[in-house]
Ligand binder design. Structure first.
Ligand code: SF4
Length: 705
């Protein structure tokens, strides 16, 4: 039987930001009568039209209660919920009373549903009175957010997946989409667009490209400054669009003027002919989409890199039109949903910044007890504050910062000495859970219900089709229980996730006629949806308001942007090298990335045997030249060392890297294998505008073991 009948969207995949629709069916095996869950793509979901990649189609293998956290645990011992919730609330209250609201912090996750995020953000920013609530989305796309805000006045992704179907040219920058966003990559291939891949290393994606520019890591901004210069020189500017709909073009052009093709080719270490082939292809392809993700964002200059790409689209007027646009793709299933409710410490709620007017407006909707008055600590600073003792109580939900943060082992050590660490998760044995005083059992995919927003601004339902296991509870329920114990009863008295969603929709449109930027994220047309409509929610792209009751496929079609002037802003970009540079002691550059069949720190994909077949253990890809130089044989165990730590991986000698570079996947951790946490190698440099850490390349040395 269909678990969800008579409605269009079933549930959505919990992995990447493509946000594929998933149909789950329950079938009884012949003979034995055993019930099994079958997973297939939802043919009616516009993100994937029935297709799933290997991770999504293996979801059924990840279900089951084996290895789950089924009861609260306090100091390593099982306890009941009353004890656990009283402990959480009393520790937060004691800390706030003794040291003030800024001594506590929440660290959230793109795995949470929007409703979970909403109540966590509301509790911190409207009732505890601090904005120390950040999310692992900081590590994923916060530079894209900062760049969109600089260029468009709001964190508003202009494109739709449909634009990939219509493009003549797709430029993939810092993305191995064939592995990380496979269903979107299949769409690009089906559309028969020309593909240009800009990536320091060879990948499954670059193998399919018409042009692969294996640039020097971190040199992307120079490449796109050079493109802007080239487009100008060869008369490809849309001067009408620039004049009517943008500002600051002259400054951007001045910054790009020195980037001749010859200078770019040398700076980026690419052949001049190949570079010119790309520039010419971009110049002559009117319908072009630039598609980028962590390779651009995880950088100490990620915001500038984003803006250098956006500049080229503004200069050619290739935005707001079918088959065009600068398209940042999120890594996580609900990275965008978290942004919508203010999950980033520098945002208040519903895409609002911390202005006096916004603080007042949100405070009135929430009937707030104590509003945060300014931005809180971003992820790297937040864990630095845990280490320094400035933050004395931290609640981490559905994420594993002891593996994913730069200098990860230092983060784990900081958590171990923090007076109060609360972790909500569905499993008890992550590297972060091991640092917790209190472990709270949360429901997970297949059990939770709420909404998520994918990379094209499309809000979809994620639905539970399994009973809550053991004593697990939904994240929003746990947060509301703690809020009530802190004395905030009425504001957290929700009956259901639908109640939370309706309040979120009200807030998104509340008095937003006073600020142009706030109209970007407006879903006020959904403020009065019934429980039944919420249950049968048809996936929609925001804004969803009176002007666009059926959602909005593409932004800026009218040339109007969300800046005060209504014009898009060019940004003058000065290309800068990554901060982590090789030296005599650390002469190699290690690139980090993802594998085809694994997701984040493997807490879910690691449960499916067939997903481990692709790669069973931490790998280290070594160029034959470096293998010879450092005396490393294929399949040999290798020790990698940086200024911050060490990593052990099994060598794969391959020329997919350029000489002098290595590659290691991010998925394993010290919890799964000895010295297997790659991000432990990273020095925590961050982008000054977005706070996103430089997590793509680290300077290292290697030796065989
Ligand atoms: Fe779709 Fe991404 Fe899930 Fe694969 S991992 S099924 S591409 S959402």
């Amino acid at each position: 039987t269909e678990l969800f009948s008579a409605h269009r969207s079933c549930t959505t995949c919990p992995y990447c930001g493509v946000g594929c629709g998933v149909a789950a069916t329950r079938e009884t095996t012949s003979g034995g009568g055993e019930e099994v869950i079958r997973i297939r793509g939802d043919e009616q979901h516009p993100a994937n039209n029935g297709k799933l990649c290997v991770k999504g189609s293996s979801l059924a293998d990840t279900l089951g209660n084996h290895g789950r956290l089924l009861k609260p645990r306090l100091h390593g011992e099982d306890c009941d919920w009353e004890t656990a919730l009283d402990y959480a609330a009393s520790k937060l209250r004691e800390t706030i009373d003794a040291h003030g609201p800024d001594s506590v912090a929440f660290y959230l996750s793109g795995q949470l549903l929007t409703e979970d995020y909403y109540v966590a953000n509301k509790l911190m920013k409207g009732f505890i009175g601090t904005a120390n609530v950040d999310t692992n989305s900081r590590l994923c796309m916060s530079s894209a957010v900062a760049a969109y805000k600089r260029a468009f006045g709001a964190d508003a992704v202009p494109c739709s997946y449909q634009d990939l179907d219509e493009a003549e040219l797709v430029v993939l920058i810092g993305s191995n989409a064939a592995w990380t966003h496979p269903i979107l990559f299949q769409r690009m291939q089906a559309a028969n667009a020309k593909l240009v891949v800009i990536d320091p290393r060879g990948s499954a994606t670059s193998e399919m490209a018409d042009i692969h520019l294996a640039i020097t890591p971190g040199s992307d901004a120079a490449l796109f400054n050079g493109l802007l210069h080239y487009l100008t020189e060869f008369g490809a500017l849309d001067q009408g669009f620039i004049n009517e709909h943008t500002e600051n073009f002259a400054d951007a052009l001045y910054a790009a003027a020195e980037w001749t093709p010859e200078k770019v080719a040398e700076y980026c270490s690419v052949e001049l002919d190949q570079l010119l082939e790309f520039y010419e292809l971009f110049r002559t392809s009117e319908k072009s989409v630039s598609f980028y993700s962590q390779g651009i964002n995880q950088s100490s200059t990620g915001t500038d890199k984003n803006n250098s790409i956006i500049n080229c689209h503004l200069a050619t007027g290739r935005i707001g039109k079918p088959g065009c646009g600068p398209f940042s793709i999120t890594g996580q299933p609900n990275a965008m949903g978290g942004r919508e409710v203010g999950g980033l410490a520098n945002m208040l709620a519903a895409h609002m910044d911390f202005t006096e007017d916004n603080i007042d407006r949100v405070g009135r909707v929430w009937n707030a007890a104590k509003m945060a008055q300014g931005p809180g600590l971003k992820a790297v600073d937040l864990f630095n504050a845990v280490e320094s003792g400035e933050i004395k109580a931290v609640w981490i939900m559905a994420t594993n910062p002891a593996v994913s943060m730069p200098d990860a082992r230092r983060v784990a050590a900081a958590l171990k000495k923090c007076p109060t660490v609360i972790v909500s998760d569905c499993v008890p044995d992550t590297d972060t859970a091991r640092c917790a005083d209190l472990l709270l059992p949360a429901t997970t995919w297949g059990e939770k219900s709420g909404t998520v927003t994918n990379s094209e601004r499309r809000i979809s339902r994620q639905k539970g089709f399994l009973a809550k296991p053991g004593e697990a509870r939904h994240d929003w329920e746990i947060i509301c229980e703690v809020a009530r114990r802190l004395g905030f009863k009425e504001a957290f008295d929700y009956r259901s996730a639908a109640d939370i969603f309706r309040e979120h929709a009200v807030l998104s449109g509340f008095e937003n006629n006073r600020d142009h930027a706030l109209r970007a994220f407006d879903i006020s047309a959904l403020a009065n949806i019934s429980d039944a409509q919420y249950d049968n929610f048809i996936p929609l792209q925001w804004p969803v308001n009176a002007a666009h009751p059926h959602g909005t496929a593409r932004l800026f079609s009218d040339g109007e942007f969300f800046t005060p002037s209504g014009r898009a802003r060019f940004v003058a970009v000065e290309p800068t090298c990554p901060k982590q540079q090789t030296c005599d002691a650390y002469p190699l550059l290690l690139n980090s990335g993802r594998l085809r069949d694994q997701w984040h720190t493997m807490t879910r994909t690691g449960r499916a045997r067939k997903l481990l077949d692709h790669s069973e253990a931490p790998e280290l890809h070594v160029h034959p030249q470096e293998a010879k130089k450092f005396g490393i044989e294929d399949a040999q165990l290798v020790r990698v060392e940086s200024e911050k730590g060490q990593f052990f991986g099994r060598a794969r000698v391959t020329a997919t890297q350029k000489p002098g570079q290595l590659f290691a996947p991010i998925h394993w951790s010290d919890n799964l294998a000895h010295n297997a946490t790659v991000s432990a190698l990273a020095i925590p440099f961050t982008d000054p505008l977005s706070g996103q850490p430089e997590l793509k390349q680290f300077a290292v040395t290697i030796e065989p073991l």
